[in-house]
Design a protein around this ligand. Sequence first.
Ligand code: PHB
Length: 390
Amino acid sequence: MKKRILLSAMLAGAALAISPSSYAQDNVFKIGLILPMTGQQASTGKQIEAAVRLYMAQNGNTVAGKKIELIIKDDAATPDVTKRLAQELVVNDKVNVLGGFGVTPAALAAAPIATQSKTPLVVMAAATSSITQASPYIVRTSFTLPQAAVAMGDWAAKNDIKKVVTLVSDYGPGFDAEKYFKDRLAFNGGQVVESLRVPLRNPDFAPFLQKVRDLKPDALFVFVPSGAGAAVMKQFLERGMDKAGIRLIGTGDLTDDDQLNDMGDGALGVVTSHHYSAAHPSAVNKKFVEAFEKANKGMRPNFMAVGGYDGMRVIYEALKASKGNGGGDALLAAMKGQIFESPRGPMFIDAQTRDVVHNIYIRKVQKQNGGLYNVEFDTIKDVKDPGKAK
Ligand code: PHB
């Protein structure tokens, strides 16, 4: 008996050894995700990984006869590292698609590699408008800051907020948020009286908030990347800015579902604009949130998770449609124009821009089922990236 087992094991080994190396390549479809799993943006990596694994658990790991192999690399949101990892994934691992990208500089660093190797690159997190123009192989499933900021520029003006100070992280998405909010508010008859920029790395908000207090605007508009919102909220409340009559508004990155429940009741009433809330009242979202929370105890999915989940959908469906034939170009073609219902609501990948078109919701922090949530109360439908109009 023992001998027979040994013999069959040897034969299996021999069969493996003589099979052409292309066999494995042809029957495996590799997805290489580059995410910040450590460092300041680590919550983004954690959220996206959890959502990607959920998508695979729900949809299987064989698509168009190919076995899906997921490779996750940690770039700590450092663009030099992103670039090296993208190169290694393409050249050594021969991935079929790149994905992830927690911050704008990381997505931009990998863009030339996608172009040179004709590898589709799915941006699941980063949100500066111009990213999709950095390579014709980029498709985005996250959002753009202009989409969210313009909606807030409309809402603020309609709600007696005329004089505003903006406070943004000093890099791409912050510049987009600042510009598109400011221009829209001015268009509506309001005014941004001061634009403050805080460093992305280890920001100290205190001196900036002191300045805001002195300027006494109707509201402070904030963009900080996912994971940094709680610190802003804490210092805003500690300084009694709300009691001084200054309203806090921003894009939904500020009241990130990953942190919101720990921000405390001081966050109640804060209004933001965004494409996703864990409280989005649809059957698809309820199912998504329930499954996510069941698989990841203690975690609530945020907008990063949804970008990852929808990114996997776009990849899986593109692989099905192209039947795994035709390489990167066929895969890219099958990503363009996809239209489906996401947990965020209806979603569309614009074939011309390769960017996401979706609803932007105006939400207010409220208590719901014993927790703090961004409760949607207004919808701007099918918003294209305003940054592409130029
Ligand atoms: C970005 O770097 O593009 C970025 C990161 C986090 C956000 C939004 C944008 O929440």
